[in-house]
Design a protein around this ligand. Structure first.
Ligand code: KIV
Length: 290
């Protein structure tokens, strides 16, 4: 297979696992709508996550907790229409996998069948391992997510880096191993010390995808809005903004406002025109009928 063919071939779960074996880094970004999905896919990012972070970035909630399965599905379908190559992963929102394994399976199946996701992600380690096993046995690939899991904000009492004590580090390592054992194909490590992320990454056969977990993970994920400088308010220490689109958009919008108020938009070239014959005829008819 030549390089060109490789560049457009569909990314699958086995492909993601293979990358770790080959020692190649994996990239993942969130996307919440069609245009973002097109841009992220065209950039060659391997995994696109319709993250529950959309609760904050596009729906304006103050945490990820309130977003519902139906809201997630609405965005997932839009993203699905924009993705050709990347592996598409749907985040299971808070409450969608907490009541029972059957409820979790029903919701995961909705994300796959109705939303077109190819995998789901859920938060939690050892306590979710049995559920992960059940989903995997039902032909649903699962990405785990441990560390600073935002759905646990009320338990943590805020967004706090996890794994800073020996006990919590050992717990997170056990969580990662339990998820691998249960059949997860990758694990997001969020908001944990670099040293712990490196140890977990070395011990696992499946890839770790870091966000605020240092550079030794097998891959990295960022929130689309953070990467592009579209987020309001303070961003976390680990965020690198590769553009300042808020500023670019602000300039464009105020420019439009000024052009319209000063009569500079639209101009001649941006207007449709009659032929001169049509104009003459219309004026003649108008004079006759007046
Ligand atoms: O919802 C999300 O965007 C996420 C990523 C930050 C991993 O869970």
């Amino acid at each position: 297979m030549d390089q060109n063919t490789q560049a457009v071939s569909k990314v699958t779960v086995p492909h993601i696992l293979e990358r770790k074996l080959q020692g190649e880094k994996v990239t993942c970004l969130t996307a919440y709508d069609y245009s973002a999905a097109r841009l992220v896919d065209d950039a060659g990012i391997e995994m696109i996550l319709v993250g529950d972070s959309l609760a904050q970035t596009v729906l304006g909630y103050d945490s990820t907790v309130p977003v519902t399965v139906d809201e997630m599905l609405h965005h997932l379908r839009a993203v699905r229409r924009g993705v050709q190559r990347a592996l598409l992963i749907a985040d299971m929102p808070f409450g969608s996998y907490h009541v029972s394994d059957d409820q979790a399976l029903t919701n995961a199946i909705r994300f796959i069948k109705e939303g077109g996701a190819e995998a789901v992600k859920l938060e939690g380690g050892t306590s979710r391992a049995a559920l992960v096993k059940k989903l995997v046995e039902s032909q649903i690939p699962v990405m785990g997510h441990i560390g600073l899991t935002p759905q646990s904000i009320h338990t943590f009492g805020g967004y706090r880096v996890q794994g800073r004590t020996l006990d919590s580090a050992a717990e997170l390592q056990a969580d990662a191993e339990a998820l691998e054992e249960a059949g997860a194909f990758a694990i997001v490590l969020e908001g944990i010390p670099r040293e712990l992320a490196a140890i977990i990454t070395r011990r696992l056969r499946i890839p770790t995808i870091g966000i605020g977990a240092g550079p030794d993970c097998d891959g990295q994920v960022l929130v689309y809005h953070d990467l592009l400088g579209l987020t309001f308010g303070q961003t976390a220490k680990f965020v690198r903004s590769y553009a300042n689109l808020r500023e670019v958009i602000h300039q464009a919008l105020t420019h439009f406002r000024d052009d319209v108020t000063q009569g500079c938009y639209p101009d001649e070239s941006e207007s449709y025109h009659w032929t001169s014959a049509m104009r003459e005829q219309f004026e003649k008819d108008a004079t006759r009928s007046s």
